[in-house]
Design a protein around this ligand. Structure first.
Ligand code: HEM
Ligand SMILES: [Cu+2]
Length: 561
């Protein structure tokens, strides 16, 4: 603490060039290569876009609240849908999760930084400008700064819809370039995390003594290294089509439309796991601490995650059952999709096993984690249903699918992002978030989530297509849609309470101390916030719970390992 304050006071007095201390401080953040600052920059940026893309979702739901509504015109609706989906995946999920890994991995492995701090900064700024570029399309999208023309091609940007004849103006080009930049940024970060985990661990931390989070960060980073290049390749091919008259996806010139789908989903399906495995990682750190038990089945947990990483690479075409693959193709992708359910089920069992007979403490991070367990279970079950090809033929492109993937994206990922923020906020800022506001946030968010996404399953089974801008009355869709929109409003209020909680706590939150949750991993052994160099002397560990060993010299874990 003292160190940080000294530095800031030093800064205020630095020199006349920077009379404005705020500019000086901003400058410090811009030039930083510290993994903690970059992590916080990713998280803050991601939360900002979460609010923007959330507002876009709210507008979509407002439009769909009643039949035949005309709040936004169809064209604007398509743009909102595209920007919401794209932003939530690339500007919210990816940066918040890589940000948390950036922040936590070096601290948890007892290192002073990632292996390549400058590469880390490079990755962040690529992401940052990529993000700006996507939203720049709102002003620069249509020829000469025709206002209000964002891309309207969906977050999957199916070619040939995205080929020049069907998608004029520059907004689609901004979309392509933005995705290219952000994915190259993520790839750089992934390489950095893999190198750090293999080369920077402190003394005594063998691979089997790493926290589960570090294991899963490694699995995710490998997945990024394998899954993102096909996406970048597809973007480059589409650019070649649009600008240089290549015909990769142009069916009239002998190109293939299905080729785009394969490229996209070879990336797109693993991407879902790239987003959800971090949620598993946070659950695997939080549930043990709030159950006062070691994680149940550490090695099974790690093995299951590696298995998920592998298998999820071979399931992509379950997004393409309706394309008309051969029966053998359909069967392969159905079977491999269902196979992922096995290691995933094992993990749920392990988290429950960790809670079993534990001394549960129902603090906010734990509440979010428990809700995650139930919601993720349901998401998995509807996923298995959709993996049955004939079932998917009936429900593909209906709201059933929208409900299923939001159960994963919100019910698992966003819930665990909130859990992680409540859990590690005290470490990063030195202050606690309010438990009382946190509970309001949690309960409203759970209620809103279920109102919105439970009903959408039924709207889907009732035949409501996905990506429609309005619907007719008298088809049994009115009540379901209305309830779903109310739910979105409730979720919005919950997020507002979260924002208030963060702002208030930053200014006047209760001081946290170094280890407010009585936790066991290395990040809690430094001050809150940690000094720039993380550890004055690098730690030496002998078990998976180094702080437990410190606190219980009479009964240390390493005796049993
Ligand atoms: C928190 C509240 C959220 C609400 C109320 C919401 C609402 C919606 C709605 C109404 C759609 C349009 C569905 C359609 O017509 O096909 C949609 C699409 C989508 N959402 Fe969300 N969403 C939320 C959060 C998220 C999050 C957190 C993510 C990802 C991390 C996400 C990713 C997507 C994607 C990828 C699409 C598909 C876009 C497309 O088809 O191009 N959403 N969302
Ligand atoms: Cu998939």
């Amino acid at each position: 603490m003292a160190g940080t304050i000294d530095r800031e006071m030093g800064l205020d007095a630095v020199d006349d060039l920077e009379q404005l201390p705020i500019l000086g401080r901003l400058h410090e953040w811009v030039i930083t290569v510290d993994h903690k600052r970059l992590g916080l920059m990713y998280i803050t940026g991601g939360l900002f876009f979460f609010l923007v893309a959330g507002l876009q979702a709210a507008t979509i739901r407002l439009q769909l609240a009643v039949p035949n509504s005309g709040i936004v015109p169809p064209q604007v609706f398509n743009r909102l849908l595209t920007m919401h989906g794209t932003a939530m995946v690339f500007l919210v999920g990816m940066p918040i999760l890589t940000g948390l890994f950036n922040y936590l991995v070096p601290l948890m492995i007892g290192a002073r930084d990632l292996a390549f701090p400058r590469l880390n900064a490079f990755g962040f700024w690529l992401w940052f400008f990529g993000a700006l570029l996507l939203y720049f399309s709102y002003i620069g999208g249509d020829g000469l700064y025709g206002a209000g023309s964002a891309p309207d091609v969906g977050w999957f940007a199916y070619a040939p819809l995205t080929e020049l004849p069907f998608s004029r103006g520059n907004s689609t080009d901004y979309w392509i370039l933005s995705i290219l930049l952000t994915t190259v940024g993520s790839t750089a970060t992934a390489a950095n995390i893999v190198s750090s985990v293999f080369c920077m661990r402190c003394e005594g931390m063998t691979l089997t003594k790493m926290p589960v989070l570090v294991w899963l960060a490694t699995v995710v980073s490998f997945m990024i290294l394998v899954a993102l290049p096909p996406l970048s390749a597809a973007q480059v091919m589409l650019l070649l089509d649009r600008f240089l008259g290549a015909h990769f996806f142009d069916t009239q010139a002998g190109g293939s439309a299905v080729l785009w789908q394969h490229f996209f989903w070879i990336f797109g399906h693993p991407e879902v796991y790239i987003l959800v495995i971090p949620a598993f990682a946070f659950a695997s750190e939080i549930i043990p601490v709030f159950s006062r038990k070691v994680i149940f089945g550490y090695s099974v947990m790690v093995a299951a995650s590696c298995a998920i990483g592998f298998i999820s690479m071979s399931v992509w075409a379950h997004h393409m059952f309706s394309v008309g693959m051969t029966p053998a193709g359909n069967s392969f992708f159905a079977a491999s999709s269902m196979l992922v359910g096995v290691p995933t089920g094992i993990k749920i069992f392990n988290w429950l096993g960790t809670m079993w007979r534990g001394k549960l403490r129902f603090k906010v991070p734990m509440l979010f984690s428990i809700a995650f367990l139930f919601q993720f279970l349901v998401a998995g079950l509807t996923g298995i249903m959709l993996a049955v090809a004939p079932f998917d033929w009936q429900l593909t492109d209906t709201y059933f699918v929208v409900a299923h993937f939001h159960y994963v994206l919100v019910g698992a990922i966003v819930f665990m992002i909130f859990a992680a923020i409540y859990y590690w906020f005290p470490k990063a800022t030195g202050r606690m978030l309010s438990e009382r506001l946190g509970r309001w946030h949690f309960w409203l968010f759970v209620i809103g989530f279920h109102l919105t996404f439970d009903t959408e399953h039924f709207a889907g089974m009732q035949g409501m297509p996905r990506r429609i801008y309005t619907y007719q009355p008298g088809r049994g869709l009115e009540t379901l849609n209305f309830v779903a929109s109310i739910g979105a409003l409730v979720q919005g209020i919950a997020v507002l309470i979260f924002v208030i909680n963060v702002v208030r706590s930053l200014r006047s939150g209760e001081p946290a101390g170094d280890d407010p949750w009585d936790a066991w991993t290395l990040e809690w052994s430094t001050t809150s916030p940690p000094p720039e160099y993380n550890f004055a002397t690098l730690p030496v560990v002998r078990s998976r719970r180094p702080l437990w060993d410190l606190k219980h010299p009479d009964d240390p874990d390493w005796r049993y390992e």
